[in-house]
Design a protein around this ligand. Structure first.
Ligand code: SF4
Ligand code: SF4
Length: 179
């Protein structure tokens, strides 16, 4: 089959459809590749460590209160457009499924009642801390969190490039690349 790459300016629905089709078609091809398998494991571990650190700093609790009681979520509609098809494909490879529709029209497509549904998140989502947080959390705790998030983003960058390289090589091999 022919799979054209999707551009960053495509809608989130188009990007999700592309990622799901690529996942269905090439899942086995990816999982046979040791660099990708190790990259996925390394990324998963790094995400778990930075999420745990976020819980320990108290940030997760502040954000849950903010979203639940103050309606102050920073995950507004449109932020999902920062995500490209490759990052969505990585989320599928990590075991994340996507919903068909947005939960709240004022919010990011990926925000659900329980919070962000993505495992692998864009750098702007990982790095963002609002003033409410930076004024309430000890800077040393924030710096420990930044360290863990730095590793998560480094691993994500590497995997993102590798997934792209492997799939583009496969498309080229099959004469399917049509850009
Ligand atoms: S980062 Fe700030 S604005 Fe966003 S949910 Fe947390 S506390 Fe609220
Ligand atoms: S953290 Fe998740 S829900 Fe929030 S803007 Fe980023 S992708 Fe959307």
């Amino acid at each position: 089959m022919s799979i054209k790459e999707v551009s960053l300016s495509s809608t989130i629905e188009v990007k999700i459809a592309w990622a799901e089709t690529s996942y269905q078609e090439f899942k086995e091809h990816f999982l046979r590749n040791k660099v990708i398998r190790d990259g996925l494991k390394g990324l998963k571990d790094a995400i778990l460590l930075s999420r745990r650190e976020m819980g320990e700093t108290g940030i997760a609790r502040i954000c849950t209160e903010c979203e639940g009681r103050e309606g102050g979520s920073c995950c507004g509609a449109g932020l999902e457009n920062r995500y490209d098809g490759w990052l969505l494909l990585i989320n599928l490879l990590l075991g994340q499924e996507f919903p068909d529709t947005r939960h709240d029209e004022k919010s990011c497509f990926f925000l659900r009642e329980t919070g962000c549904l993505l495992y692998a998140r864009h750098v702007i989502c990982v790095n963002y801390l609002c003033k409410k947080i930076t004024t309430r959390i000890d800077p040393q705790k924030i710096s420990r969190l930044r360290e863990k998030e730095g590793r998560e983003l480094e691993r994500l960058f590497f995997l993102h490039e590798e997934v792209k390289r492997v799939l583009r090589a496969r498309f080229a091999l099959e004469g399917e690349l049509d850009r």
